[in-house]
Design a protein around this ligand. Structure first.
Ligand code: NAP
Ligand code: MG
Length: 403
């Protein structure tokens, strides 16, 4: 066999939990280690180790990502009450994704992996729609309360001892509810730069939409910051590449998205992104067929799967039962990271390997070999359901031919 592909700089490897941790090892053993002289800086973000290290390992992995520039992350458990008992946790540790996102100040880009035989519910969507979700503020950092009839609610802003006041509402005839939202100019600017950079990186148009006609200060600020950064820093580069930045109202955007053929990035405010990414993922078929990458404004990349740790399958696996868990999103997290590492290090062999591994994966599914979740969706006539490991072995058969 030919020599293994060499890597210059290590990838930051963030291991995770449950079924995805099992898949993680299978991918490395079957599809990566035989071909690549894999260099990684390994961080175990499995819940047991997060608990042992008082979650310091998560922070360290994010710091390492800043240092090396590219990370690949396995899905991880976000603890809740049930996990406190299951893992005998010292504390209900925060979501690792949230911690990493806060440290990298990043934007999450999610795009579907399109294969023949899995038809989107919107038949015109022949190209992927990438959702870019702002990950800070708005309703996710709100202050809210219930108020009684007879209350007057005001916005009060204090600066250097001076007060500015505005009446929100006077509840003269009924009880009611209020909430206060905020966002930060520097976070909106980071979000904008991440989106413009990603558009250039992937040669796709960028769409952005808010409700600035109704929210004349708040949403309008988003629109203005995007417009200013575009004019001053990106317009020339966009024109040179022949791609477009396009702003419209959120309701107009939704109508255009449905009528479109895909092939662009749709930047969404935090809440819009939460809702729209679930809609887009469902319309294209499956969360297990989505890529997800966190990009920081200074060009640091963290690749992951969009789905969780697939707990139900893991418990079957522990009982020794056969599983048929889809590994495509985790596999594409690896190929995304390897490709980006190769691009940054100028190692074309690594880029080529990532391309071929993705091609082999898609070819496997298009030839009718797939896991149970896709078997239910696929319109192919000669389709076969395979187990978790068998799928990866089938991908490897095709990869060998492509290499
Ligand atoms: P999940 O892992 O997303 O799985 C929910 C269900 O979706 C599965 O039971 C399975 O349906 C289907 N599914 C998801 N991914 C699949 C795949 N790759 N192949 C086949 N089917 C797949 O959610 P969960 O099991 O409710 O959550 C488990 C843990 O994941 C939670 O502790 C949560 O905190 C964590 N989580 C982590 C991340 C992340 O790290 N990015 C994201 C979300 C959730 P069937 O059972 O019907 O086959
Ligand atoms: Mg959601």
């Amino acid at each position: 066999m030919a020599d293994k592909i060499l890597m210059k700089t290590p990838l930051v490897e963030m291991d995770g939990d449950e079924m995805t941790r099992i898949i993680w090892k299978m991918i490395k053993d079957i599809l990566l280690l035989p071909y690549i002289d894999l260099k990684t800086e390994y961080y175990d973000l499995g819940l047991e180790h997060r608990n042992e290290t008082d979650d310091k390992v998560t922070v360290e992995s994010a710091e390492a990502t800043k240092k090396y520039g590219v990370a690949v992350k396995c899905a991880t458990i976000t603890p809740n009450a049930a996990r406190m008992t299951e893992y005998d946790l010292k504390q209900m540790w925060k979501s690792p994704n949230g911690t990493i996102r806060a440290i990298l100040d990043g934007t999450v880009f999610r795009a579907p992996i399109i294969v023949n035989g899995i038809t989107p519910y919107i038949p015109t969507w022949t190209k992927p729609i990438t959702i870019a979700r702002h990950a800070y503020g708005d309703v996710y950092k709100n202050t809210e309360m219930q108020v009684e009839k007879g209350s007057k609610v005001e916005l009060v802003c204090t600066k250097d001892g001076k007060e500015t006041r505005q009446t929100v509402f006077e509840f003269t005839d009924t009880d009611g509810i209020v909430h206060g939202l905020h966002n930060k100019d520097n976070s909106i600017a980071s979000f904008a730069r991440c989106c413009f950079n990603y558009a250039l990186d992937t040669k796709q148009d960028l769409w952005f939409a808010t409700k600035d006609t109704i929210s004349k200060q708040y949403d309008h600020r988003f629109k203005d910051i995007f417009a200013e950064i575009y004019e001053n820093e990106y317009k020339a580069k966009f024109e040179e590449m022949g791609i477009e930045y396009f702003y419209t109202l959120i309701d107009d955007a939704v109508a255009r998205v449905i009528r479109s053929e895909g092939g662009y990035i749709w930047a969404c405010k935090n809440y819009d992104g939460d809702v729209m990414s679930d809609m887009v993922a469902t319309a294209y078929g499956s969360l297990a067929m989505m890529t997800s990458v966190l990009v920081s404004p200074d060009g640091v990349y963290e690749y992951e799967a969009a789905h969780g740790t697939v707990q139900r399958h893991y418990y079957k696996h522990l009982k020794g039962e056969a599983t048929s868990t889809n590994s495509v999103a985790t596999l594409f997290a690896w190929t995304g990271a390897l490709r980006k590492r190769g691009e940054l290090d100028n190692t074309p062999d690594l880029v080529d390997f990532a391309d071929k591994l993705e091609k082999a994966t898609i070819q496997t599914i298009e030839e009718g070999v797939m896991t149970g979740d896709l078997y239910l969706l696929s319109t192919l006539e000669n389709k076969k359901k395979v187990g978790t490991e068998e799928f990866l072995v089938e991908v490897n058969e095709r990869l060998k031919k492509l290499l």
